[in-house]
Design a protein around this ligand. Structure first.
Ligand code: ZN
Length: 311
């Protein structure tokens, strides 16, 4: 039953997962695969490499008969700050995906293949998955965390999606109506303010809140219990629960929002905001210049301060 941690095995001959990873870590022990986002110096911002490596690891875990449960964890103080925008706004050398974004059809392909489809693969993966979240979980970080079946949060977790404040129509998959309910979803998106772990638990966004020091232990304890289920039982019931939500319209609402998101990218408003962001050098500076509102980063979370009444 107990196995030593090991790297992903070569899957009979050709394995896309056998190579070493740069931006994630992968280990299997006691039938539990743990995939750890490993770019802590940038709060696990998701660049193309990380997204592709995560996808490769998820496929490997799905195909490994020894794996029964998957934990998606993150190194460092934050779960994920979202997509790595440095390449997107041109502050970093563009990769092949970034180059696609020069046209609306290329941008659609980039976001469909790299963002939407990779996320939905995790959502539909036929094994139970658990996100293990500490610190900041922002925008596409929240989208990613929500692709897993369960979420265990540390007491310092902060969930936010400030993308509307930066002009965008949220991220590619609009998870908020499903995760928070209609009214809270709108407040969360319009204001962009973070929800702390306790509020996230109250709203049903996360399953459990545990002290930061116990996060990996508590997540693992949960995974170990789920690993006792016969794999076929877990797979069929997961599919059935997902199907219940698809019957309520989840899959179609995801598709609809994805196109809304594309339309928003192409608007004059969004194009001007992107240009302003590139001039200002950072999103914080751009929002400050536009709204007179200071976005202050404190530790792992971003807080917003209203401008003073008198200066
Ligand atoms: Zn987008």
């Amino acid at each position: 039953m107990h196995r030593r941690a090991r790297r992903l095995p070569a899957a009979r001959g050709r394995s896309p997962t056998a190579a070493r990873f740069e931006t994630i870590r992968y280990a299997v022990r006691e039938h539990i695969a743990t995939i750890t986002l490993n770019r802590p110096h940038v709060r696990n911002a998701q660049n193309s490499t990380l997204i592709l490596e995560l996808d490769r690891a998820m496929h490997g875990a799905a195909e490994d008969p020894d794996v029964r449960v998957i934990i998606l964890a993150a190194a460092g103080p934050a779960f994920s700050a979202g997509h790595d925008l440095k390449a997107v706004v041109g502050q970093e050398a563009p990769d092949a995906w970034r180059l696609l974004r020069q046209t609306p059809e290329g941008r659609l392909r980039h976001e469909r293949e790299l963002y939407m489809e990779k996320c939905l693969y995790i959502y539909h993966l036929p094994k139970p998955t658990i996100s293990q979240v500490q610190g900041a979980c922002v925008a596409a970080g929240l989208m990613l965390a929500c692709m897993c079946d369960l979420i265990v949060a540390a007491d310092d977790a902060q969930f936010s999606n400030p993308v509307l404040r930066m002009t965008g129509a949220g991220v590619e998959l609009l998870v908020e109506p499903w995760e928070l309910g209609q009214r809270k979803a709108k407040e969360f998106l319009f204001l962009g303010d973070p929800i702390d772990a306790r509020e996230a638990w109250r709203l049903g966004l996360v399953n459990r809140v545990v002290p930061r020091q116990q996060l990996s232990h508590a997540t693992r304890a949960l995974a170990r219990r789920i690993a006792l289920l016969p794999p076929v039982t877990a797979a069929l019931v997961k599919e059935s629960v997902n199907h219940a939500f698809d019957l309520m319209g989840k899959a179609h609402s995801f598709k609809y929002h994805f196109m809304v998101h594309q339309v928003m990218h192409g608007t004059d408003t969004a194009q001007r905001a992107l240009a302003a962001r590139q001039r200002a050098g950072s999103i914080q500076a751009m929002v400050r210049a536009r709204d007179g509102v200071r976005v202050v980063r404190t530790g792992s979370s971003a807080r917003r301060r209203q401008p003073r009444q008198t200066r």
